[in-house]
Unconditional design. Structure first.
Length: 75
């Protein structure tokens, strides 16, 4: 990601599942899989082909690119 690329942050999983996706400080929506992240980037005018959806181009908080639901909570 270069200096002109948007800052993409995928937040930790929400209690009901999914992860909030933010670009340059604006929340784009709640993603449930990588394809959702790509669609949000496309709708925001960013070429998702220019961003590695599973690499360092995206800052992930609370888990890597394969985590989309919160960890199980013990009863």
């Amino acid at each position: 990601m270069d200096a002109s690329a948007p800052r993409v942050i995928v937040q930790p999983p929400a209690p009901a599942g999914g992860r909030r996706v933010c670009v340059d400080g604006t929340t784009l929506g709640l993603a449930y899989r990588p394809a959702d992240v790509a669609e949000f980037l496309r709708r925001a005018g960013t070429d998702p082909d220019q961003i590695d959806l599973e690499g360092p181009d995206i800052e992930r908080r609370g888990g890597g690119p394969d985590i989309w639901s919160p960890p199980d909570t013990p009863a």
